[in-house]
Design a protein around this ligand. Structure first.
Ligand code: ASP
Ligand code: MG
Length: 405
């Protein structure tokens, strides 16, 4: 008999009716003859509510107790769902992280799963039980309850699928799968049937919110096949996330992603000499500010250059302060910033073997008079920074230019 892991996110278990609906989906799967291990999130809003409660107690709430508090949300769902399954005549039980155990390492609030003891889960699966495991949590080597960072139940599901050597990991969510772009801004967006881990990772990092990006990485490293499906239309095909060699590419581009939380920083008239880039970026790195796109001009005549880069918008104030403090050390002429920018990316493993993709992208944007501020590329994506007001137009233009409509 084949084992699968099914994961249900917060909106899928948001209330009692939805939990009953989830139980029905599991019952149907069980009838198909699978061994089923389930990962559940907390009911929508519950984790945020628990965070608020911790803040109301203290701005310095103990990290250990924070994990005990936050993990309770998933515990509630796992009991409600197990009991609902039992009520429907299915053998089921919950197994909490510490009972299995799912062992974690690292800091509280942001631990990592290092091992899942599959034995007790397999015993139950072999006894015809559905095992319901709360996501997002484990136990530390010191036997303290731990959590693995917000949105972590995707990672729990992947870890469980790997430990059980499951055939696949089904991620049930409130959308029907991964789309070629955000359907909210482009009505031509289509559901993607198959996408590679690499592409999904780029899409997730670049703004597609279907799955937490670190869990996609984990699935890729462990070769766990993911199937994203809708809880509200489980009969419909979703999106498969799997290795690139299992996909045949008929399109150059798989999707268009965008982020609107970036800011652009330019240092004008920086002395063009060794050590300057390191002098700029080291203090940013020390403050955990992630720098994304970077360009530096060569200006041979003046012995000066301009350095432009992007950061997360939330880090702009901090960055301005840091760079302000460096003015005399580095000796630049002017600091200018812009936070009304967005980053538009085309993603696709198909572009590796296809020439002229960048040209096609720039040409399409030019035809709509959209100015490109910064460009960055990797093997399977090209990103451009543009004025935020052109975001929708750019996404639609690229979506149709690359025949995704
Ligand atoms: N309940 C946790 C959160 O809201 C974990 C998850 O749902 O993935 O972050
Ligand atoms: Mg989630």
């Amino acid at each position: 008999m084949t084992t699968i892991v099914m994961k249900f996110g917060g909106t899928s278990v948001a209330n009692i009716d939805r939990i009953k609906n989830v139980a029905d989906i599991i019952v149907n799967k069980k009838k198909e003859g699978f061994k089923i291990a389930v990962i559940v999130s907390a009911m929508a809003g519950v984790t945020n509510d628990l965070v608020d409660k911790s803040k109301a107690i203290s701005s310095n709430f103990s990290n250990e107790e924070y994990d005990v508090l936050l993990s309770s949300g998933e515990q509630v769902t796992s009991a409600l769902l197990s009991a609902c399954l039992i009520d429907k005549g299915i053998k089921a039980r919950s197994m909490l992280g510490w009972q299995i155990p799912i062992v974690t390492e690292g800091q509280h609030k942001n631990s990592r799963i290092v091992s899942v003891n599959s034995k007790p889960i397999l015993e139950n699966l072999n006894n015809d039980h559905v095992v319901v495991v709360p996501g997002f949590q484990g136990v530390s080597e010191k036997l303290r309850i731990s959590t693995i960072g917000r949105g972590g139940s995707d990672a729990s599901a992947v870890a469980l699928a790997k430990a059980l050597d499951a055939e696949r990991c089904e991620i049930y969510t409130d959308v029907e799968g991964v789309f070629t772009t955000n359907p909210d801004i482009c009505d031509q967006a289509k559901k993607i049937e198959k996408i590679s881990y690499d592409e999904m990772l780029e899409m997730a990092t670049l703004g597609a919110k279907v799955m937490q990006s670190s869990s996609v990485q984990k699935a890729m490293m462990n070769d766990v096949e993911i199937y994203v499906k809708s809880t509200f239309a489980p009969e419909k095909d979703g999106t498969q996330i799997l290795a690139e060699d299992k996909i045949s590419y008929d399109k150059v581009i798989t999707g268009v992603a965008y982020t609107r939380d970036d800011a652009k920083v330019t240092l004008v008239g920086v002395k063009d000499k060794p050590g300057v880039a390191s002098a700029i970026f080291k203090p940013l790195n020390d403050q955990n500010i992630v720098v994304d796109m970077i360009v530096q001009n060569i200006s041979a005549e003046t012995q000066k250059t301009d350095v432009t880069f992007t950061i997360k918008r939330d880090d702009l104030k901090k960055t301005e302060t840091i760079l302000g403090g460096l003015k005399s050390d580095i000796g630049y002429d002017k600091l200018s910033t812009d936070n009304k920018v967005s980053k538009i990316s085309i993603v696709g493993a198909g572009m590796i073997t296809y020439p002229g993709v960048a040209f096609k992208m720039f040409n399409a944007l030019a035809s709509k008079n959209i100015n490109i501020l910064v460009i960055s590329t990797s093997e399977i994506k090209i990103s451009v920074l543009i004025d935020d007001k052109n975001t929708e137009l750019a996404v639609k233009t690229l979506h149709s230019a690359f025949e995704l409509d």
